[in-house]
Design a protein. Structure first.
Lengths: 264, 155
């Protein structure tokens, strides 16, 4: 009996050490990517190619989701606000919730599942089919040639996608509240403008989306590069990318919100 | 994929993103009220500011002329010192009257400026002498009840 208890404790210890080892490994890898990103910034074509796969191909899902999230916000906000006779505040409600929270967070969650998983799967498969080792043989550094361009493409795309998401959401809210329901267009926009501050709301939302972009792509490239070179390993790494980055986004969002909007 | 097509799509994507940021800052936010003309600071002591908040608008005849920059409590005079940033292009006489008003029945509170007739204008750092506190509903009801009671006593 004591043997099984000891074995259980050993298992916990092993998992903890393994987790910390992976965290350290990920941090070192992140620093390595930053260190070797000089090449990809000098040969910017590499980044442009990845921007197409990471950013442009994510546009459809971002635009459609943003539109529908904004429409639902407009509908629900109107339902509640008209009870208090202040339905013209629906513009403020839609804009503030999108710019501060929903835009960066939902766009980052979609980005993690649309682009993050693709990055992990691609790098993982390159590793499994020994393309990365072949590059190394040809004296091409795979971190500089494969990983860094994908990382920078993700970091650049994320804030742009979040901004597009917010704008589409506000347009969706406008469509439902003003065009379908008939809230006054003038008060919709003017109330929004007087309550949304550039520095406090929009700039902080933008900073948030930059943080999310770095976090999601860093996790995605690390999981791909670190995945076991088997079919099972790549699929596990892809799943881990989506799960870990979603959790990191939500946790990071809480911390950033606590710093940015505390005392307001 | 052709290099040119790829560049075109990425260019469109980046432009759309920057355009979205521009729309957010100009159409949704209030970046256009941060104009380059600069602001000057004036202060006012209010007995009671009610629910006035930092960033609340300062209006004159309903036009936004500035914003509340800071609110502090003075332990010397035991009242609230409200610091306002007023746009440089709006100059007010020295005897301007500042009062805390409410937009609508339940709306936000703002500072209303009523220009006086003085020749001299308010300068950077000046303090408005004539202020009117916010209306606090409880005090108003209390006063009303008190008046009603004293009215009844007369008969």
């Amino acid at each position: 009996m004591p043997k099984r208890i000891i074995a259980g404790i050993q298992k916990v210890g092993h998992r903890t050490i393994e987790g910390i080892r992976r965290l350290g490994h990920a941090t070192l890898f992140f620093l390595l990517v930053l260190l070797k990103s000089g090449t990809s910034l000098r040969r910017f074509n590499l980044v442009v190619r990845e921007l197409y796969y990471v950013g442009v191909l994510s546009l459809i899902i971002i635009v459609v989701s943003g539109l529908f999230v904004g429409m639902v916000l407009g509908l629900q906000g109107y339902e509640t606000l008209q009870k208090y006779g202040s339905e013209s505040a629906v513009g403020t409600l839609v804009a503030l919730s999108l710019v501060r929270e929903l835009g960066p967070v939902v766009a980052a969650l979609l980005f993690a599942s649309r682009a993050g998983s693709a990055i992990t799967a691609e790098i993982g498969l390159m590793k499994a089919t020994e393309q990365l080792s072949a590059m190394g043989m040809m004296a091409v550094d795979p971190v500089a040639r494969v990983v860094a361009p994908r990382f920078w493409a993700g970091v650049i795309s994320m804030p742009l996608l979040a901004a597009i998401f917010s704008v589409m959401g506000i347009f969706g809210g406008y469509l439902v509240a003003v065009v379908f329901i008939g809230v006054d267009a003038g008060s919709f926009w003017s109330q929004m403008q007087s309550n949304v501050d550039f520095r406090i709301d929009i700039l902080n939302g933008f900073i948030k989306s930059c943080f999310f972009g770095v976090a999601v792509t860093a996790i995605a490239v690390f999981e791909g590069y670190d995945s076991p070179p088997t079919a099972e390993g790549v699929s596990g790494a892809t799943t881990r990318t989506v799960v870990t980055s979603s959790l990191v986004i939500l946790g990071l969002d809480f911390i950033l919100t606590a710093f940015m909007f505390r005392g307001l | 994929m052709q290099r040119a097509t790829l560049d075109l799509w990425v260019g469109l994507f980046v432009l759309a993103g920057i355009g979205a940021l521009m729309i957010l800052s100009l159409k949704v936010g209030n970046l256009d009220t941060y104009n380059g003309s600069g602001t000057y600071v004036i202060k006012g002591n209010f007995e009671n500011i009610g629910g006035l908040k930092i960033r609340a608008p300062v209006k004159s005849s309903g036009v936004v002329v500035g914003r509340v920059a800071d609110i502090q409590f003075s332990t010397k005079t035991y009242d609230a010192i409200v610091t306002m940033n007023i746009e440089q292009r709006y100059q007010f006489p020295k005897d301007t009257f500042a009062s805390i008003l409410t937009s609508g029945l339940l709306g936000e509170q703002y500072i209303g400026l009523d220009a006086g007739g003085d020749e001299a204008m308010l300068k950077e750092g000046d303090t408005i002498m004539k202020t009117n506190s916010a209306m606090v509903l409880e005090e108003m009801i209390g006063r009303f009840l008190f008046d009603k009671a004293s009215e009844d006593d007369a008969f």
